[in-house]
Design a protein around this ligand. Structure first.
Ligand code: SF4
Length: 322
């Protein structure tokens, strides 16, 4: 089943900071509805809301809280009432959500929040000065417990490359968890690697080679360990943003599969389109579309099953911006 067909039949469960969905759960009774998440992404993802501060019973409206450093320890306390310390409550809430987060294939956090922010959250040092070096307690807890879960902040989803990177990771992680992991065999692992190899190459060519070597070491007696390491390393590699140069290398690699099929005019056109992409004159979708056109006429089983050619529903238009 292609990713297009998959998205049409069932949406992928993804966690979201509740206020991003328009729920009025912020400290001031407001929300931070994100139009891209509630619009475009809701067509493909089943968005499940989490609000840790409401979850620990702070209510709406509620006193604002912030992260502070006290005696070398990170605490989350009230801005007006420093005796209001919700650190343990947030840790306990996060631990209690493990069963609700386990079936998710991605998580989108609200940036800057002392509970939900993924990075650069303000931490007030012992002198009362803010430093942008913290992580929200809820986000940090999820990251520690579910290391392979794709995560991103809503602010970063505004960047075309980061947006494409996150969405692709969600689709690949979902594929692994629902199609590969439940019936794991040596052949399923090496088949998965063959499917995503070109995608891995677009993120990091050396890491893609290492992952190929790792997959090749799988045997029935070590399969669980190898698969676990493979998934961890693959998700780490996919987190690296794919560069134009790496995409060009992959496009040229794919072009090689057509070397005996195209006449000199078609070859020259393909080379020129790839160079136009390299020069930033056309987006990635253009050479990919031309390649798909040639492979429709000259099918190749390896390219046909490759994730790189159809990583997610084309309607998301992610490659139109790369
Ligand atoms: S940022 Fe997190 S804790 Fe704050 S309102 Fe949104 S969901 Fe709730």
């Amino acid at each position: 089943m292609s990713t297009e067909q998959q998205a049409a039949t069932d949406k992928i469960p993804v966690g979201v900071s509740s206020c991003l969905l328009g729920n009025e759960v912020r400290h001031n009774g407001g929300h931070k509805r994100d139009a891209y998440i509630t619009g475009t992404l809701s067509d493909y993802f089943e968005l499940r809301p989490f609000c840790p501060e409401v979850g620990i019973g702070l209510g709406v409206p509620r006193p604002t809280i912030r992260q502070v450093e006290r005696d070398g320890m990170l605490r989350v306390v009230g801005v007006k009432d420093p005796d209001l310390d919700v650190t343990e409550a947030l840790h306990n809430y996060t631990a209690a959500q493990a069963d609700a987060i386990a079936p998710l294939y991605g998580f989108i956090f609200k940036k800057d929040s002392p509970s939900c922010g993924m990075e650069r959250v303000k931490v007030y040092n012992s002198k009362g000065m803010p430093e942008n070096r913290g992580t929200g307690i809820f986000a940090a807890g999820i990251k520690a417990r579910f290391a392979n879960l794709p995560m991103e902040e809503e602010g970063r989803l505004g960047d075309a490359r980061l947006r494409e990177n996150f969405i692709q990771r969600v689709f690949i992680y979902h594929y692994w968890r629902t199609r590969v992991e439940p019936c794991l065999t040596v052949a399923a692992l090496t088949g998965f690697h063959a499917t995503i190899k070109l995608t891995l190459m677009s993120h990091d060519q050396n890491a893609a080679r290492q992952l190929g070597k790792l997959a090749a070491t799988a045997r029935p007696d070590n399969l669980g360990d190898v698969a676990s390491q493979y998934l961890g390393d693959a998700m780490t590699t996919l987190k690296k943003v794919a560069t134009t140069k790496n995409h060009v290398n992959v496009l040229q690699h794919i072009q090689g599969y057509l070397k005996t099929d195209l006449d000199s005019q078609d070859k020259a056109e393909l080379v020129e389109i790839i160079h136009q992409y390299l020069r930033g004159e056309v987006p990635l979708v253009v050479p990919i579309t031309l390649l798909k056109h040639h492979f429709r006429r000259n099918p190749d089983p390896y390219i046909e099953q490759s994730w790189y050619m159809s990583p997610y529903p084309a309607e998301l238009k992610l490659r139109n911006m790369l």
